[in-house]
Design a protein around this ligand. Structure first.
Ligand SMILES: C[S@@+](CC[C@H](N)C(=O)[O-])C[C@H]1O[C@@H](n2cnc3c(N)ncnc32)[C@H](O)[C@@H]1O
Length: 278
């Protein structure tokens, strides 16, 4: 069974990469030079082209992921997000949160898988943002990827936000355990803290939105970010095909006049921002 699963996974990966590599060829032909930079870094990630120092960080973080996969201890998690697409949680329900007791190894399913985590890493290496904001820390895997890329850049810091106090504690120990110190974790609902965080840390030149997964909330966060973003800021939206609502949110955001370039990779959407209200 395990062999069949990994065989199927391999075939699907091959189909996806050959399709994506073709798409990257056309992305590279676009007149926007940032499209070319995105295409190159995606291609490098698919081909596994990383320097020795980059590989050292990736291996360290993947070792941590392997440890997490074995961690069966249970924690109480409060989720302020949409849950599953079929949950249809109301705004009030999401604001109040849903409490669950889960094993750490099961929570880990929500962590960005190695390929997309490496794409985030490459984006940071290529665009060298100074102030990055992440919505959705969870166990700290994507935070570790993004902040370690900033360490290799010799500049930049990550502010990551998480609503669940138990997850904040675990993510903090994971990040500290990796010897990373350029990350600040903000505990609490995004809705309650984001505006203050943006005001205190502007201008922002990189955003990764990987939490809440609700149409209106995602659009609201994007609108909240606009006045605080630097021209050329990179915005990464996760799970843009996850639900009808998330598909709608992506449709609306990518058409916004301030989005200079929008690339849809089905699971992840990447935008380059340029403020047209100046
Ligand atoms: C998909 S996980 C993040 C995974 C992480 N970025 C990674 O790849 O390692 C989403 C996280 O966002 C948090 N979250 C969802 N909605 C939230 C909200 N409205 N306020 C604060 N945290 C929220 C959840 O508790 C969860 O830990």
């Amino acid at each position: 069974m395990k062999i069949i699963k990994s065989l199927v996974k391999n075939i699907l990966w091959k189909i996806w990469t050959s399709k994506t590599l073709k798409y990257l060829d056309s992305l590279e032909q676009e007149s926007n030079p940032k499209a070319k930079r995105l295409a190159i870094l995606l291609r490098q990630t698919i081909k596994g082209e990383f320097s020795k120092e980059e590989m050292q960080w990736i291996e360290k973080i993947e070792n941590l992921r392997a440890d997490i996969e074995k961690n069966t201890s249970k924690v109480n998690v409060i989720d302020y997000g949409a849950g599953n697409p079929q949950d249809n949680r109301s705004e009030r329900e999401m604001y109040n949160g849903t409490i669950n007791t889960s094993r750490v190894c099961d929570i880990n399913i929500a962590s960005k898988r190695p390929f997309w985590a490496k794409v985030l890493f490459k984006i940071i290496r290529e665009f060298k943002p100074q102030t990055a904001i992440e919505l959705g820390t969870c166990l700290g895997i994507s935070s570790a990827y993004q902040s370690s890329a900033m360490i290799l850049n010799n500049s930049g810091r990550l502010i990551t936000m998480e609503g669940s106090p138990e997850l904040v504690k675990i993510a903090d120990s994971h990040i500290k355990g990796l010897g990373i110190s350029n990350v600040e974790i903000i505990e609490g609902r995004f809705q309650d803290n984001l505006e203050r965080i943006l005001e205190e840390n502007k201008p922002i030149d990189y955003v990764f939105i990987d939490g809440h997964h609700d149409e209106n909330a995602t659009i609201d966060y994007y609108n909240l970010f606009i006045p605080y973003l630097k021209d050329g800021a990179v915005l990464v939206f996760d799970d843009i095909s996850w639900s009808k609502g998330m598909k709608n949110a992506w449709k609306i955001i990518q058409k916004d006049k301030n989005i200079q370039l929008a690339v849809n990779f089905k699971e992840v959407g990447i935008c380059i921002f340029e403020n047209k209200n100046k």
